[in-house]
Design a protein around this ligand. Sequence first.
Ligand code: ADP
Length: 891
Amino acid sequence: MSGGHGLFDRWRGRPAAAVAAPQASVPAAVGLQLWLDDKGRVLRLGGPLRSALALPAQSAARVQDYVQAHSLLVLEGEPADWQAQPLDLDFRTANGSTLHTRGWLLAQGEDWLLQLFDVGDLLQQRQQGQDARRQQQLARQVGAALRDCSLERLPRVAAEQLQRLAWHWRMGWAALLLRTPGGWQTFARDASSVPWADDARLSAVLDRLPSGRVLCSAEFPALQVLCPTHALYVVGHAQQHQAQAWLLCADEGGQARPEAAPLLLDAMAEPLLARLAGDRLQASQQRLDNVQGLLGAGWWEWSLHEPYLHLAPGLAASFGVSAQLALPAWWALLHPADREAAQLAFEALQREGCSLQLCVRLQAASLRWYRICGDVHGQGQQRRLQGFMLDISDIKAQEQQARAAHARLDNLIASSPAVIYIQRYDAGALQAEFFSASLQPLLGWTPAADLQPAHWVHPDDQALWLQRTRDLLREGQVRSRYRLRDAQGIYHWVLDEARLLRDDLGLPVEAVGIWLDVTEATLAAERVRESEERYRVLVEDSPAMICRYRPDLTVLFGNRPLADYLECRPDQLPGSDLGQWMSPAQREAFSQRLAGLTPQQPVSSAEICLELPGREHAWWVWSDRGLFDEQGRLLEVQAVGRDNTALRRSQQQLLQSAKMATLGEMATGLAHEINQPLNVMRMAVVNALKRLENGDVQVEYLQDKLRRIDAQVLRASKVVDHMRVFGRRSEVEQQLFEPWQAVEGAVSLLADGLAGKGVALNLGPALSGCPVRGHADQLEQVLINLVVNARDALLGRREADPQLRPWIAVEAEPVADGVRLQVRDNAGGIDPRLLERIFEPFFTTKPSGVGTGLGLSVSGGIIEGMGGLLSAHNGAEGACFVIELPVQSIS
Ligand code: ADP
């Protein structure tokens, strides 16, 4: 260039005359003028543009040496060939740019004048026009591509178009970012990767940039952070003065031409944003429709000059009506009960323009509740009612249920003997605030907030009331019982259950409580207490012994008579052992009897014998009633006892007297029994004395006599001994003994007497190993009775029939679980009509003074006392008395 510069300088330094002076016909020096010879060599330069040219280094350069390579085509041949046509030539300029010219070749004598004008501006304009058209076309194509593709392909198509733009701008890569609620997000980019790590960092940079023009990282250092290696071009697309999209592209080759970027970004962003917004709108519309469908909600509109009401399609479909609903059809849709109210409300809405709020039932497929809201909009012809309808059937149903439940609860409270009240906490005091309606039926007061329950409290219970309030505030809950006066002045016992409610900070807010009328229960409890007291007095004062004891005979309670018998105080009885006053055998029998009590047979009576302090024996008739648990276990026994000792004594006396009577009966026999040994002894003594007087005494003889005397003394003493035993009272307690023992005892007393009267006594074989429980002497007495009765009957019979050979048979035999004794005779038996009566006391067929009529009745009693049975029947030859006794095991 420096060489070129030197040449140029030389040109410029050359005097104009040396180049050849312009001729008269020569046009004015405009543009660029090159004088050429016929070979095209430049003779001279002229015109203002000449100074811009880069001059060839060689001298006598041809015009071809001035132009750029592509203009050489125009300059083929020689100047003569170039004339008569416009010539477009591009010259090299000294500063390296191109000088676009157009001109003509004019003949100038032998030379040629190439007159050229600078058409650079024209060309540039044309180029720009072409560029603009191309850009617009590109923009149209990009826009069309984005508009026409499906929504799913939109990001992909956007990426393709972006790639196309990047290529168009000769950019390394390009990315499109869109505004989202969460900040800027890369929506599309061409295949190559973008240099930033995350969109968030990008957002922070982009939010500070102006939109609408191409910004370069060279200009904005902040952008260099995003792409430090290359020049980054950024352009924003704004809508309503707010950037909505950013296009970022990097110039990796240094040939970037992003001048038209704003236009193309607009072409791209407009349809893209529109489609995305449309998509969002559609989605939200869809959501809205879905939600409305789910809620049974939708809009409605009524242009007042039209006879139609417009309904949201979903709503109309759910009613089964057209979305454009004629007014009469609309009114018909309303339930008749709500129609009038709805019409009035609509009229008021038209007239006054106030807003509409209405709950109505609509008769569609089913009857449903709707809330209708609406407002007036617009003026004149545009005036219309617009609103919203919402299915509130569920709410209404719940409302109705709640109302019904509330009503039921109210009824329940009103009809129950309970009052619910609320007392508000105010600076440490509780002020009545609410009473349920049941206050009226319960206490006769009309519920009102200013009622003060303290005034109704019974004077005696006021301390309780105050304590209740203190406890409630301190403990948070309280339960108390006091009397409240009703409107008539009558006091009611109420059970008060109250609880203190606190706020989040734990401070008292109010007390909620319930009064339960427990007058009846309280009075009933009082009555029970009184009745208990009466029964207690009854039990205490009863002449009978009453007690409760456990199965182990530990006394739980005993009344005064029992305590008196046991010679202690009633309060000393609980814990004492009832068995301590019984003999071991009695106690054993007593416990066995208790063991026999069952829930089915809880009662048992017996005569028990006790050894009381200071008394020999007491006989009590004792009745027990067992109390059982659910498993049938005996828990406790309640007993009532009566002292039977006196009766028992008199019975024993009766027995004794009967015994004495029997004894009297036997007196004759006894006299005989004793007389006989006495006679024998006397005879022996007389005979021995005679021999002694005669001196004819032999020791053997005397010994024989003395032995006989001894034997007779023994016999007599035996009789006397037995009589003594017989005369004694029976032992208190029964003992085990062999019944045959009694047979032998009776026989030993009576045998001789019977033999003397010619009555045969036939004894059966002796029986052993069958012990019975009782008193041997009593059984002996019974047997004597029976034998004596038989004897009497036999003697009476023999008087009528002297041929009779009287006999009495006494036999014993074991039977199942017992032993049977029989006393039979051949006296002809007992008159069957009398058989029933012979056991009655004082029944006798014997002459007065002879029979007592007590023998059989006492005997029957004795046998029963031993747990047995005495019976009589007539046998083949005479009466047969049978004694059946249970056998006891010896253990
Ligand atoms: P008592 O012997 O004092 O009359 P009992 O009670 O012993 O009283 O007898 C009642 C009656 O039963 C007798 O009076 C008699 O008539 C009748 N009796 C008792 N035993 C016999 C018997 N073995 N044969 C006939 N009658 C008898």
